[in-house]
Design a protein around this ligand. Structure first.
Ligand SMILES: Nc1ncnc2c1ncn2[C@@H]1O[C@H](COP(=O)(O)OP(=O)(O)OP(=O)(O)O)[C@@H](O)[C@H]1O
Ligand SMILES: [Mg+2]
Length: 238
């Protein structure tokens, strides 16, 4: 099982952590580092769909997902970002766009996929979560979701799926087996070792590949983790 480890500094930017010109250089570089590692892993896996998740709520999944999509689009790659967190959709707010019709509507047969995908920039496209659905796990586990992935996968260089916390609800467990695997976001000082062990055993049980981990919210004063070798060591300590 291959893994990569990148630390991202705690930042003080006010706009929900989405990359813009005001964001510190070190943060942008950290996302580029994740992009490089993830590109390598996806090309080795010969798959281009990846799930971003974390053990618990509020650890930085959506922030990481949107910034990863931006980082890939900056390479000139055509990227689709999907908000598959139908319980607590936030990506549309981070991207300052509307939710409206989206994934849940498409899966329920109430809207066409092509009508729901929004163009965010030249290379970046976004499928919002759609209207609140009573049965997210069933929708995501349906053949329609598999069909949707089969449609978008060849149409984009990379598809990034934001999901709910894996230790809290089962949605990620039904989505991730259809993809190259998960990137696990953990938040320094918040995520417990037991949370990480739980996600690893759930992934193994469900046949989900863990592509790597992003350690989010590393304090600027921390002297650990800015180099790849230290990040690897940090993981072993876990
Ligand atoms: N590195 C960071 N520095 C500062 N704030 C951050 C950082 N990462 C995330 N945040 C903030 O923490 C909050 C939670 O982040 P985010 O929405 O990405 O988490 P999440 O794991 O998707 O949460 P949920 O489980 O509720 O979907 C947001 O307000 C976000 O702006
Ligand atoms: Mg989220």
């Amino acid at each position: 099982m291959s893994r990569f480890f990148t630390k991202k500094r705690e930042s003080s930017y006010a706009d929900a952590g989405v990359q813009n010109k005001k964001i510190p250089f070190a943060v942008v570089e950290a996302y580029k580092g994740i992009r490089t590692n993830l590109s390598f892993l996806l090309s080795s896996a010969k798959k281009n769909v990846v799930v971003i998740t974390s053990p618990n709520s509020g650890e930085g999944k959506s922030t990481t997902a949107v910034n990863m999509a931006i980082a890939f689009s900056q390479l000139g790659e055509r990227v689709l970002l999907i908000d598959a967190d139908m319980r607590k959709a936030t990506l549309h707010k981070k991207l300052r766009t509307e939710n409206g019709d989206g994934l849940s509507n498409v899966l329920a047969g109430m809207a066409k996929l092509e009508d729901c995908i929004k163009k965010i920039s030249d290379n970046m496209f976004f499928l919002p979560s759609g209207r609140v659905a009573p049965n997210p796990s069933e929708l995501l586990g349906s053949p329609e979701f598999e069909n949707l992935l089969a449609t978008v996968s060849p149409a984009y260089s990379c598809v990034i799926i934001d999901t709910p916390p894996m230790n809290v609800v089962s949605d990620t467990l039904v989505v991730a087996p259809l993809t190259a695997g998960i990137v696990m976001v953990v938040r320094e000082g918040v995520t417990q070792n037991s949370d990480i062990k739980h996600i690893i055993s759930s992934a193994e049980f469900a046949g989900i590949k863990i592509l790597g981990a992003v350690i989010n919210g590393v304090k600027e004063s921390s002297n650990r983790g800015y180099k790849y070798k230290y990040n690897s060591k940090y993981y072993k300590n876990h």
